[in-house]
Ligand binder design. Structure first.
Ligand SMILES: CC(C)(COP(=O)(O)OP(=O)(O)OC[C@H]1O[C@@H](n2cnc3c(N)ncnc32)[C@H](O)[C@@H]1OP(=O)(O)O)[C@@H](O)C(=O)NCCC(=O)NCCS
Length: 180
């Protein structure tokens, strides 16, 4: 069963489950209140309620690119607690359906190792785009993903990715750091 919940509606137990999975896979600290508040969580569970696979969509504040305002979501935190059984693909397909219904564009970053997983699950992959996504913090410091990753995406009617590929800008200035 796929459960979709805004961060503000997660129970303490659900927050714990997400934090535990992230700590196990990536040794990262628990999510901050802000991270939780700006995310929508997708949890695939079996009938016993066990969490099989999880991912989240992060709300990215609107930003301007080529004189147009875009509202994106960032796809991140993709983990299957039970791997190799098709749960990840089932979850991503649920996310794609949600994005279609809401007409949202999403992008995420992944290394070569898992690019095939996203492609197999229905999200196209582009390489060579990661370093174009930048953010300038309040002190004017330029932030960019330090690793050259693949971009997986699903675009809505705003045609965000197609426009980037067509214009091929030096950089796309986001409204937050591309670190999700
Ligand atoms: C990547 C991950 C989410 C995949 O989830 P999963 O539930 O094991 O994947 P699925 O069983 O649904 O696999 C779907 C397809 O993707 C492919 N695939 C799955 N895992 C893959 C991997 N690690 N590398 C390459 N391809 C993979 C397979 O081809 C599979 O197709 P098949 O069933 O025809 O063989 C899981 O391995 C995981 O949790 N990894 C650790 C965390 C991580 O790296 N997350 C990605 C962050 S960007």
């Amino acid at each position: 069963m796929l459960v979709v919940k805004k961060g503000k509606n997660l129970t303490p137990q659900e927050i714990r489950e997400v934090n535990e999975a992230k700590a196990r896979e990536w040794q990262i600290p628990p999510m901050s209140r802000h991270q939780i508040a700006v995310s929508t969580f997708f949890h695939l569970r079996n009938q016993a309620g066990e969490l099989l696979s999880l991912v989240q969509l992060l709300n990215i504040p609107p930003f301007e690119f080529n004189k147009e305002i875009f509202r994106l979501t960032g796809l991140g935190g993709m983990i299957s607690n039970i791997k190799g059984k098709g749960f990840g693909r089932e979850l991503i397909q649920g996310v794609i359906k949600y994005l279609d219904e809401k007409d949202l564009t999403t992008i995420g970053f992944c290394d070569d190792e898992v690019a095939e997983f996203y492609r197999e699950s229905g999200l196209p992959i582009i390489s060579g785009l990661t370093k174009k996504f930048v953010y300038y913090d309040k002190d004017g410091q330029r932030k960019v993903n330090d690793k050259e990753l693949n971009v997986m995406y699903k675009e809505g009617s705003d045609q965000f990715i197609s426009k980037i590929l067509k214009i091929d800008p030096k950089e796309v200035i986001l409204s937050r750091t591309p670190d999700w």
